[in-house]
Design a protein around this ligand. Structure first.
Ligand code: PLP
Ligand code: COI
Length: 334
């Protein structure tokens, strides 16, 4: 094992093990730690053809006191089951999920980036329908695999601002669709527009609501947040936005800091007035948005993280790395 902890990106690398559960005849198996990164699947597996695939993302941190802790795994257990429900997949018991996450982190403890490197062990549960079938219906058999890998910042450059692009001709999630759950296909839908954005020098796509294109939904892999000129924390309320655990936590921290928190529809015209804009999520933590590009118009929010988002970033990462008290009991020790 020879890992360059200081220079990790957000990339997959194999670790010692992953943990797997199978669902057959209406029952989940016990978990099995497996050393291989590969799976064997029927070529007619439902997940390959019809996208019956859900996933999650969470992180474990090496804390200042030398212990390793996981951020709010029970929230991911709940959200995975919300996605499973919507995709007609079997739910996975939430206590068993949290135990499984602990088990796989413990088994891969040597892959948790050391305290002070700024990295984390990314935990990626994936739930797939594996029944061989050619008709479109829910599978009868499933695999839940929880893999882990050490990661650094999602966007190179740490908390340097990224550029976002609004594309008028593309949507990520329809109002009555799957935007509110973590379905693999949502990410397939964002690939093409994100490539177009990258070709124009932007890192991310900012999606509007698909029905009217008047209101802000979210970025392709993170929630949208902004700080108003009056200092309020605002974030969109929309059925086609993924309920981010990071955002939910930041709203609590913002209130702790005495900020007004508004979760409401945000008209795109408000973009002109915001003091700070950020992308928030497990992978991106809080990444400031420096510019939002729409056709030939460019809105600028500064070339460093703004003061309010910086305070929230420090609070959040302080709790995650055990540098400040975990006053909301979010961290689970492994
Ligand atoms: N929105 C989308 C589309 C995402 O993929 C993610 C990442 O999981 C988020 C928001 C942030 O959610 P969380 O904070 O739970 O990671
Ligand atoms: C996460 O933040 O955990 C995500 O799942 C976002 C992305 C990497 C798909």
């Amino acid at each position: 094992m020879n890992i360059d902890w200081e220079n990790l990106g957000f990339e997959y690398s194999p670790t010692k093990s992953n943990i797997r559960f199978s669902y057959h005849n209406g029952e989940w198996s016990e978990g099995k730690l497996v050393n291989s990164s590969n799976i064997t699947l029927s070529i007619a597996s439902n997940c390959l053809h019809y996208g019956q695939a859900a996933f999650e993302g969470l992180k474990a941190f090496a804390c200042k006191d030398g212990k390793v802790r996981i951020f709010r795994p029970e929230e991911n257990a709940r959200r995975l089951n919300d996605t499973a429900d919507y995709l007609l997949m079997p739910k996975f018991p939430e206590d068993k999920f949290v135990e499984a996450v602990k088990t796989v982190v413990k088994d891969n403890i040597d892959y948790v980036p050391p305290y002070g490197t700024g990295g984390a062990l990314y935990i990626r549960p994936v739930l797939i329908g594996t029944t061989s079938q050619i008709g479109i219906s829910a599978a009868e058999d499933y695999e839940l695999i929880i893999l882990v890998c050490p990661v650094g910042p999602y966007y190179k450059g740490g908390i340097k601002p990224v550029n976002a692009m609004i594309l008028d001709d593309f949507d990520r999630a329809a109002p009555g669709g799957t935007g509110h759950v973590k379905v693999a296909g949502n990410y397939a839908a964002s690939l093409y527009p994100t490539r177009l954005a990258r070709q124009e020098g932007c890192h991310v796509t900012l999606f509007m609501d698909a029905k009217t294109h008047e209101f802000i939904d979210e970025f392709g892999s993170s929630n949208f947040v902004a700080v108003t000129a009056e200092g309020s924390y605002v974030t969109p309320k929309s059925r086609s936005v993924l309920p981010s655990i990071t955002n939910k936590s930041l709203m609590v921290l913002a209130e702790d800091l005495g900020l007004k928190v508004e979760r409401r529809p945000i008209h795109r015209s408000e973009l002109e007035e915001f003091a700070e804009v950020g992308a928030v999520g497990t992978a991106v933590v809080i990444t400031p948005v420096g510019k939002i590009v729409h056709k030939d118009k460019v809105l600028e929010y500064g070339d460093t993280i703004g003061p309010v988002l910086k305070r929230l970033y420090d609070e959040m990462t302080g709790i995650q790395y055990g540098e400040i008290p975990d006053r909301h009991h979010w961290m689970l020790e492994v």
